[in-house]
Every structure is written in structure tokens, then in C-alpha cells.
Ligand binder design. Structure first.
Ligand code: SF4
Length: 170
């Protein structure tokens, strides 16, 4: 694997377009955005490990940055991301730092997620729409989860411009 000549960022969608919400403006609607009853499709572990190893090998900077997006990445569950961190640790070269970021609609985050994200130093971009009355008009729910006021990165090329980092890289 060749090392890139300068730093780069890759937005990874391990659950594809799957999301627990159905915003009227989402460009994923009708493109596999719904979460099937058996749970969302997920990037299989061997592919995940290949990606992580190759991303690390190609990253030229001391800090190796990973960006997890969707759809909604938290539909995969916190254990999926625990495994991601384990794989990263197994491949992290000595003296290098791995930094994780996640863009989320925030509606599935609970205490367990909060403890995990804080312990692992994830930067979290929380997508916001605005007032509840406005959001309620354009968002419907899937999987019975309460939605908050948010706007998704999917509407702005996953650039995370409204990101509100909660912690620095580990
Ligand atoms: S939260 Fe984002 S990915 Fe989910 S339906 Fe809304 S715009 Fe689409």
C-alpha cells in the first residue's frame, strides 16, 4: 500500500444508507435507506479490517483520521464500533494516533453510547434541523425512536459543517 503524498479524509458508511429516520428531504430515500426488520446491512468484519489496515497504511500523518457516516451509523449498535476500535488498535503503528469522528442524527445515543464515545475520544457531529415544530413537519420516525431536532450530514455531502466536537482524538 502506497502512502499518500498528503493527508486525506474518507467518509465511511458501514451501514450504507440505512437510517432510523425518514427525513422528507433525504436523498437516500428510496435508495435502501430503510432499516429492514432483521437489522441494517453492515460492512462485514473482514472488509472492515481490510479497510482499516489499508487506511492506516496509506495515511501519511502522525494522526490517522477515520470518519464514520451514514445513513445513520449508530443503527449498527455500539458493539460494532467497539470492534472497530479493537481492529484499529491491532493495526495502529507504534507512535501514531488514531482519531475517530462520527456524524449522527443523535436519536439512538444513550448512556452506553455516551460512555463509549467519551472513553474512546470520538469527535461527534450532531445534525440539527432547528425548532421542533419545523423538524416534526419534515421528519418521520422508523424503528419507534424519538427524534430530536436535527439535520443530517446527508443533505450537505456529509461535510459535517454543523459538527459539534465533544472530545479530541485519542
Ligand atoms: S437522518 Fe439523515 S440519513 Fe437519516 S433520513 Fe434524515 S437525512 Fe436521511
Amino acid at each position: 500500500m502506497a502512502v499518500a503524498s498528503r493527508g486525506f479524509q474518507v467518509f465511511v458508511k458501514p451501514a450504507g444508507a440505512a437510517c432510523n429516520l425518514a427525513c422528507r428531504y433525504c436523498y437516500y430515500l428510496g435508495k435502501g435507506a430503510s432499516v429492514p426488520e432483521g437489522g441494517p446491512a453492515r460492512m462485514p468484519e473482514d472488509l472492515l479490517e481490510d479497510y482499516i489496515a489499508q487506511h492506516i497504511a496509506a495515511s501519511p500523518d502522525e494522526i490517522i483520521r477515520f470518519s464514520w457516516h451514514g445513513g445513520e451509523p449508530t443503527v449498527l449498535g455500539v458493539d460494532y464500533f467497539r470492534r472497530i476500535v479493537e481492529i484499529q488498535r491491532a493495526h495502529r503503528p507504534s507512535g501514531r494516533t488514531i482519531a475517530n469522528g462520527m456524524q449522527t442524527n443523535g436519536t439512538l445515543l444513550d448512556e452506553e453510547w455516551g460512555r463509549f464515545l467519551a472513553a474512546e475520544g470520538f469527535s461527534v457531529g450532531l445534525s440539527l434541523d432547528g425548532r421542533v415544530s419545523f423538524t416534526t413537519a419534515i421528519v418521520s420516525r422508523r424503528m419507534g425512536h424519538l427524534h430530536s431536532t436535527r439535520r443530517c450530514a446527508a443533505t450537505r455531502s456529509c461535510g459535517g459543517t454543523a459538527s459539534r466536537p465533544t472530545s479530541s482524538a485519542s
